[in-house]
Design a protein around this ligand. Structure first.
Ligand SMILES: NC(=O)c1ccc[n+]([C@@H]2O[C@H](COP(=O)([O-])OP(=O)(O)OC[C@H]3O[C@@H](n4cnc5c(N)ncnc54)[C@H](O)[C@@H]3O)[C@@H](O)[C@H]2O)c1
Length: 334
């Protein structure tokens, strides 16, 4: 599927975070659609180190890259020496997905170092190579701002959200000082789809509920889950946004969602329908304070300026994803 007429064949493409969920999907998108593209992945991969919340410090996994034929460099964004391994390339496009992606890491120092300091290095690399840079921002920059969340009206409420907000501010400054550079920030909302399994507990509720149901369990949801809504966006729409962001003169920061928020209850219900089960729902009190109750991306500027047009309603995305939910259950969970 090609989303515009850009020919990425014979282009050199860096994907940071390429062993993770969104980065690996980008890598395979280019490999499959542009076989002559030269794709380079930079990722720290996972070690056994965990944060104090018990989650792994990085989720990159080799299994996300089985079948990938490009270059792979295992490196840390926080290491100048590791980043210097990229000096021998001249990139045409850089997709910067690497980050501490776990919104429940509260160690501000490590989040700011990893997500923000390294962004200066990535921006310099883009400038040096004259590359188009598309980087991952986040809906977490909005905190609990009322829906629809609109670019320019952010109020981050956790260190992760602040780190992405800081990246946006740095990007705006860079765009202003270097009007000839192409820099696009994409504020992803709740992404679901293939290759997210290795994000463990931070993966989407689509795969988590899917695996609960496949294990014969009643899906467990927070009380009031029919009223807790999120803008769930399918990975294929996220790829579309990244590709459309590569067209010339698109610099800016844009939301990537569907603008059609759906409830957690909807996810459980759609999955049960698709999997042919009728286990009902089990409710338990929501342990989190400051929990976002309603997100909805204002995608008007993404539509207008990027030509982004989400194609996947939740029902369709889940249907498309179902075989992968089953495969990961059979091969990784059971
Ligand atoms: N998935 C979502 O719903 C979502 C929503 C908003 C924003 N984002 C952002 O999109 C990007 C991709 O997210 P994802 O869902 O694929 O997460 P992910 O955790 O699967 O991918 C991030 C990758 O970055 C790598 N990484 C982490 N620390 C690193 C370091 N110090 N050096 C080099 N590599 C490092 C990890 O190994 C991992 O492969 C992230 O920047 C994330 O913050 C994701």
């Amino acid at each position: 599927m090609k989303y515009n007429d850009i020919d990425f064949n014979n282009k050199t493409i860096l994907i940071t975070g390429g062993a993770g969920f969104i980065g690996a999907n980008l890598a395979f998108y280019f490999q499959e659609n542009f076989p002559e593209a030269h794709i380079v992945i930079f990722d720290i991969f996972r070690s056994e180190a965990t944060f104090s919340n018990g989650n792994l410090q990085s989720f990159g996994h080799y299994k996300n890259l089985i079948g990938f034929h490009g270059d792979i460099i295992c490196g840390d964004l926080n290491s100048k020496a590791d980043l210097a391994q990229l000096d021998s390339y001249t990139f045409d496009y850089i997709f910067h997905e690497a980050a501490i992606s776990d919104t429940r890491v509260y160690d501000q120092k490590i989040i700011m170092q990893t997500n923000v300091n390294s962004f200066y290095d990535i921006l310099s690399m883009a400038k040096k190579s004259n590359a188009t840079l598309v980087y991952a921002s986040s809906a977490a920059t909005y905190g609990s701002m009322p829906s629809p969340q609109t670019v320019g009206k952010e109020n981050p409420e956790n260190p992760y959200g602040f780190s992405k907000y800081a990246m946006d501010q740095i990007a705006y400054k860079m765009m202003k000082e270097n009007p000839s550079m192409n820099i696009v920030g994409l504020k992803y909302f709740n992404v679901y789809g293939a290759r997210e399994f290795f994000k463990d507990k931070t993966s989407s509720t689509v795969i988590q509920f899917g695996h609960q149901i496949l294990a014969g369990k009643t899906p467990r949801l927070f009380e009031g889950s029919d009223k807790i809504v999120r803008d769930f966006v399918y990975i294929k729409d996220v790829i579309q946004a990244n590709i459309k962001a590569c067209a010339p003169k698109k610099s800016g920061v844009y939301n990537v969602g569907t603008s059609k928020p759906r409830s957690f209850q909807d996810i459980a219900d759609i999955l049960q329908k698709e999997l042919g089960t009728d286990y009902g729902t089990e409710y338990f009190p929501n342990p989190f304070t400051g929990y976002q109750m309603h997100t909805q991306a204002d995608i008007s500027s993404s539509e207008e300026n990027l030509g982004y047009s989400p194609q996947w309603e939740l029902e369709d995305g889940i249907k498309d994803y179902l075989s992968e939910i089953k495969r990961t259950y059979e091969e990784e969970v059971k």
